[in-house]
Design a protein around this ligand. Structure first.
Ligand SMILES: *Cc1c(COP(=O)(O)O)cnc(C)c1O
Length: 377
């Protein structure tokens, strides 16, 4: 089955009993048992729910994995994956990981003696140097936010294998339509499905896919023990969104490519970060491991004042956090998503005060470019 067909026919795509072509929303907490301990596959909806199960089968198919798991948010998914570790273990993470992952590691899981350090995973030699005797996992994000840094997944898989580490990839920015880390050697792939997978800014959810049945069993045990599951209504909304994932990602990328090309030529823009541009340092790696470059890009207009002015003039880019939906969004990372990072550290990472981030939507590309043009004027 080819990718676009999988979005429609992958997983469990119909209700077997009635033939309904959309999976019913099983809004239920418990299931009748035939005799004590004898049930028909479902006993209690924290442990398993037919609507959530259909979604979990679908994401497993889309990510070429063995088993999938759906959670109440991307952070619930990441937390559950981290629970595979023991106190005293050490995890290496991409240095510009999502702010919520940074907070989870440095303010919550550290209290349980789960140790971590950050490393520039776009530099494989740095990664090898940072591994300690306690390191158990390598957690990477590619592309990253907001500079779209690219990490070579296959190279990370080689390092992980050599040192006996789990390779975990946050694939939120690429979506399974463009990039499938399990095919490149990763052990676990996860998503904030709030973003491209849901795609309509109407649901908060997280997904995890693994390829090893032993890890799957452990994750299901932790998911059932800690309980951060996705409800049936939201599971249904995600499946509805996923049917158009391919169409949305193609449209978003067409617009993004045009916008990146336009901004790169603009005299008031000093830098454009988009992996699809030949000038991007990760361009060749991105080209080798993903079939598309996605819809996130950032660019620099020099100063905080210039960024504020530009944003106040935009008509079709909504000023908001989050990303990956049908409508275009704009944000200023230094003052929004990355405001909690100290200014000096932001500068080190290259997140300047004049940096603007776009999440490109599926509007007419001409309108989006005209809008940026008049705002830059
Ligand atoms: C949004 C996001 C998360 C967290 O997901 P939530 O659904 O907001 O909990 C994790 N990783 C990345 C890359 C994200 O963009």
């Amino acid at each position: 089955m080819r990718d676009k067909t999988k979005m429609i026919h992958g997983g469990i795509s119909k209700d077997e009993r009635t033939g309904a072509v959309s999976i019913p929303i099983y809004q239920v907490s418990t299931f009748e048992q035939e005799s004590a301990g004898q049930h028909r596959g479902y006993e209690y909806s924290r442990t398993g729910n037919p609507t959530r199960h259909a979604l979990e089968r679908l994401i497993a198919d889309l990510e070429s994995g063995e088993d999938g798991f759906a959670f109440a948010s991307g952070m619930a998914a990441i937390t559950t994956v981290m629970m595979l570790m023991d106190a005293g273990d050490h995890i290496l993470l991409t240095d510009d990981v999502y702010g919520g992952s940074y907070r989870l590691m440095s303010k919550v899981l550290n209290r349980f003696r789960l140790h971590h350090s950050f490393v520039d995973t776009s530099m494989p030699s740095e990664v090898e140097k940072a591994i300690t005797k306690d390191t158990k996992a390598l957690f990477i994000e590619t592309p990253t936010n907001p500079l779209l840094k690219i990490t070579d997944i296959e190279q990370m898989a080689r390092i992980a294998k050599k040192h006996g580490l789990l390779l975990i990839v946050d694939n939120t920015f690429a979506s399974p339509y463009w990039q499938r880390p399990l095919e490149l050697g990763a052990d676990i792939v996860l998503h904030s499905a709030t973003k491209y997978i849901g795609g309509h800014s109407d649901v908060v959810a997280g997904l995890v896919v693994v390829k090893d049945s032993g890890i799957a069993e452990k994750l299901h045990f932790i998911q059932n023990s800690t309980g951060g599951i996705l409800g049936p209504q939201d599971a249904w909304l995600l499946m509805r969104g996923m049917k158009t994932l391919a169409l949305r990602m193609e449209a978003i990328e067409n617009n993004s490519t045009r916008i990146a090309d336009y901004l790169e030529e603009h005299p008031k823009v000093s830098a454009v970060h988009y992996p699809g541009l030949k000038s991007h340092p990760g361009h060749n790696t991105a080209k080798g491991q993903a079939s598309g470059y996605g819809g996130m890009l950032s660019f620099d207009v020099g100063t905080e004042e210039a960024a504020d002015r530009l944003i106040s003039k935009l008509n079709y880019f909504t000023l908001a956090e989050s990303l990956g939906a049908v409508e275009s969004l704009v944000s200023v990372p230094a003052k929004m998503t990355h405001a909690s990072i100290p200014a000096a550290r932001r500068r080190e990472l290259g997140i300047t005060d004049g940096l603007i981030r776009l999440s490109v939507g599926i509007e007419d590309g001409d309108d989006l470019i005209e809008d940026l043009a008049q705002a830059l004027e």
